[in-house]
Design a protein around this ligand. Structure first.
Ligand code: DGL
Length: 273
């Protein structure tokens, strides 16, 4: 058994389900020596239609679980939980906890020329206006147009990302956005990067698409380095996957997203934490 020290301790990454794998994938790409423990709350997905209190309760349970794995930092790889629970859990946790919203908002602020930014996400993320608040903290006169796109999540999960029905749904949700003069659009939900090429084709070249996963991994890198806890071993990281239900379905989905096949996913009872 490997003895963990502050460098080799894993990064905990969690999401309501499979979507956070788009963030985990980016962490693995940018920080290849870091060990990762991923938890997907597949028994209780979707978070996007739930209340703030429920999402805080779920996030606390998952953080308690991840801490049993001796994680040195936690990434909330879920936009909804980042929008509604990050501040609360950050204040109660003694290790760094980072979310995906601040990095995504910052990337959009860097990118926009005309200060008109679109944000797509779950009902809860858009309703919270967290992206708008963070964008305006950098760019007070920014105009931010939010649009919930709840059907994108099941379309991705059911394997319809490349199907023409997805184009129809994109048209229904984004036709009004397309008529505005936004020059930047944030994919503010973990599943949406898997629809990136279709959304890009629909909105055209004048709209720059931001996937917060890239900037989130950069933020994590900076936090680990500031705290002096980066894993500099040069060895490839170990990855462990846990879910609260349907482990086999998760493994299949993960193998279609990650650049390698995962061996097993373990199922745990998250209500015990
Ligand atoms: N992971 C969620 C997010 O990024 C999307 C799926 C859900 O609604 O739970 O907002």
């Amino acid at each position: 058994m490997q003895i963990q020290n502050k460098f080799t301790m894993p990064i905990g990454v969690f999401d309501s389900g499979v979507g956070g794998l788009t963030v985990a994938r980016e962490i693995m790409r940018q920080l290849p020596s870091e060990n990762v423990v991923y938890f997907g709350d597949t028994a209780r997905v979707p978070y996007g239609s739930k209340s703030k209190d429920t999402i805080i309760r779920f996030s606390r349970q998952i953080i308690r679980f991840l801490k049993t794995k001796d994680v040195k930092a936690i990434v909330i790889a879920c936009n909804t939980a980042s929008a509604l629970a990050l501040e609360t859990v950050q204040a109660e946790t003694d290790i760094p906890v980072i979310g995906v919203i601040a990095p995504g908002a910052r990337a959009a602020v860097k990118e926009t020329k005309n200060r008109k930014i679109g944000v797509v996400g779950t009902e809860a993320t858009i309703r919270s206006e967290t992206y708008t608040k963070v964008i305006r903290s950098h760019l007070p006169d920014a105009s931010v147009i939010g649009k919930p796109c709840p059907l994108f999540v099941p379309l991705v999960e059911e394997g319809f990302a490349k199907h023409s029905i997805t184009e129809q749904v994109i048209d229904i949700y984004l036709s009004a956005m397309k008529d505005t003069d936004i020059d930047t659009m944030i994919l503010g939900c973990t599943h949406y990067p898997l629809l990136r090429s279709k959304i890009m084709a629909y909105l055209g070249d004048r709209v720059h698409i931001v996937n917060p996963a890239y900037e989130t991994a950069m933020d994590l890198k900076a936090v680990l380095s500031e705290q002096g806890i980066s894993n500099m071993s040069g060895n490839p990281g170990n990855y462990d996957f846990y879910v609260s239900d349907a482990a086999e379905k998760f493994t299949k989905f993960a193998n279609s997203i990650l650049p390698y096949d995962i061996a097993t996913t373990q199922c745990i009872n998250i209500e015990e934490y």
